[in-house]
Design a protein around this ligand. Structure first.
Ligand code: GLA
Length: 501
């Protein structure tokens, strides 16, 4: 009886199913021009059964199942849900059959309507390449680099996809002329969107924005600076550009031949092939490749602090690893990240650093007071100092924040011990960091909206008394009387101190 019902049901649905060539069924490809000779591809893998539409929307770095898909004649509506809880958002699509294409209207919450044209593609369009099993684990030897946290600049926070060779050259010029280089900033790092495809031999190509990477490296080296680049262990980077998947050794050799000194290696597209638990082996592959390239290349892991990277980061040859998702140029984002790093302190040390993401100082979303807090917090965290602003148009105040020698000296302290929270009380936080000289850096943070008087007792620092207390932002030596030191700290501000025994 049961079989009969199933058979009847199947027959019924077969009869109801439109014949092959169902209007919406198939792979529909949207090619978006990146403006640099490359295209970003989105594939709509649709399956129409009568008035029901199912399938997936496939982007270079992820794919989402279609929910609520319906067809009415030449029109279809469907949606996908992107993001992880609690930050999911629903993206709505309205597709209309044209003669040989689909016209698709995309509605994203808070964004203007987007119009796309999708053409029929091959049955495999958008499929991830075949899986390459990751290697067995071993320990990649320490490359001896980054004995103190790397300092430099990175294109992403300010320029995103608008970075090109001329910009990087002028940033290198500005790094010297503004005094950033003299203050210790060395790496000029190109983030995502420099890549094109590969040539017939599989060698990675640069797109129109970067006509000659070797010449650019020579230029940057000529200024006494170093050049960094970006890739992904996946087939595609976060912005949908070519990744290093299956070409790790070849890419590391290309970077070395160009004269690259730093690689940021960003998980993104690898998530379509590997599980988070496989990250160590996947990152090890490039760690080995960089070592075998014969060039000193700082290895920066970017996988947003997933899978306890601080435990295995050094074993894959990593010199730094991101501990969080992307920073934004806001007080909320910066403090959520910065004040959330306390538990990771034991994992930082010479050659291998926690990376709470690049600096937003000078990008305009925070006040000067808040940017001083940002710089102070990153210095207390022994964080890499990668400026993320436009170095060619900095206000004197921004320059002063980024180049304060005494703050940088705390960040770059050779002992390499990351600071930790001594005490938090409401909006008040007191952090301490031991320094190589036996002194301590102490930060009195006021996260609140009103001025606060904040104290630190010598006993809390394991000190009997203090010899000198140096306020590194005001540049004044201030004596602490009696048992403690107190400072009036403005809202969202900090008193950053170096306390000598
Ligand atoms: C990710 C990274 C960012 C940046 C972008 C580039 O979001 O976390 O730092 O590299 O990718 O696409």
């Amino acid at each position: 009886m049961k079989h009969l019902v199933v058979a009847c049901f199947c027959l019924l649905s077969l009869l109801q199913d439109p014949p092959a060539g169902t209007p919406f069924t198939g792979r529909w490809v949207v090619r978006t021009d990146n403006g640099d000779g490359t295209f970003r591809q989105t594939v709509f893998a649709l399956d129409q059964r009568g008035s029901k539409l199912t399938g997936r929307v496939i982007n270079p770095t992820n794919e989402q199942p279609i929910v609520d898909g319906n067809v009415m004649g030449d029109n279809a509506s469907f949606a996908v849900v992107t993001g992880r809880p609690p930050n999911e958002r629903r993206v709505e699509y309205q597709a209309t059959r044209q003669e040989i294409s689909l016209a698709i209207r995309v509605t994203r919450p808070g964004q203007s309507l987007q119009l796309l044209t999708a053409m029929r593609g091959p049955a495999t369009a958008g499929d991830a390449p075949a899986r390459i099993d990751p290697p067995a684990l071993h320990r990649v030897p320490d490359n001896g680099l980054a004995r103190t946290p790397p300092m430099g600049w990175n294109s992403w926070n300010h320029f995103r996809g608008r970075v090109d060779e001329a910009t990087v050259r002028s940033i290198a010029d500005a790094m010297v002329s503004t005094g950033m280089k003299a203050a210790g900033y060395t790496y000029v790092n190109i983030d995502d969107t420099w890549e094109a495809g590969r040539d017939a031999s599989g060698a990675i190509l640069t797109n129109r924005k970067f006509p000659d990477m070797k010449a650019l490296a020579d230029y940057v080296h000529g200024k006494g600076l170093k050049l960094g680049i970006y890739s992904s262990p996946g087939p595609h980077t976060c912005a949908g550009y070519e990744g290093s998947y299956g070409h790790e050794v070849q890419d590391a050799r290309t970077y070395a031949a160009w004269g690259i000194d730093y690689l940021k290696y960003d998980w993104c597209g690898a998530g379509r092939i590997y599980k988070d638990e496989e990250m160590q082996a996947v990152y090890q592959k490039m760690g080995d490749a960089l070592r075998e390239s014969g060039r000193d290349i700082v290895y920066s892991l970017c996988q947003y602090g997933r899978n306890n990277v601080w435990i295995w980061g050094p074993q894959v040859g990593g010199n730094l690893w991101r501990t969080t998702g992307d920073i934004g140029d806001s007080w909320e984002s910066m403090t959520r990240i910065g004040f959330g790093q306390d538990a990771l302190a034991p994992h930082a040390g010479p050659g291998h650093w926690n990376d709470p993401d690049m600096l937003e100082i000078g990008n305009g979303g925070m006040t000067a007071t808040e940017y001083r807090t940002h710089m102070s917090l990153w210095a207390m965290l022994a964080a890499p100092l990668l400026a993320g602003n436009d170095l060619r148009s900095m206000s004197p105040e921004t320059v002063a924040i980024l180049t304060n020698r005494e703050v940088i000296a705390i960040d770059q302290d050779p002992l390499g011990k990351q600071g930790h929270r001594l005490r938090a009380d409401g909006a008040i936080e007191v952090w301490a960091r031991p320094l190589a000289s036996g002194a301590q850096a102490v930060a009195l943070f006021n996260r609140g909206q009103s001025p606060a008087r904040i104290s630190v007792r010598w006993s809390e620092l394991g000190m009997q008394s203090a010899h000198t207390v140096r306020d590194v932002w005001t540049g004044r030596d201030v004596r602490g009387a009696g048992e403690e030191y107190s400072a009036d700290v403005e809202p969202h501000g900090v008193a950053l101190l170096r306390i000598d025994r």
